[in-house]
Design a binder for this molecule. Structure first.
Ligand SMILES: [Zn+2]
Length: 47
């Protein structure tokens, strides 16, 4: 079972949870599609 759990806060890509495995990065209450997006999103939020 694959569920959409949200969208990347940096690039807007849909993020899914596949059998309990999150297809993305959940960091400090924010959801991102990848480590790279998590880094850029964090940089934006720190400004
Ligand atoms: Zn992204």
């Amino acid at each position: 079972m694959v569920e959409q759990v949200g969208e990347c806060e940096s690039c807007g890509k849909a993020i899914y949870c596949d059998h309990g495995f999150l297809d993305g990065v959940y960091e400090q209450g924010h959801l991102f599609c990848s480590e790279a997006c998590a880094d850029s999103g964090n940089n934006i939020s720190h400004v």
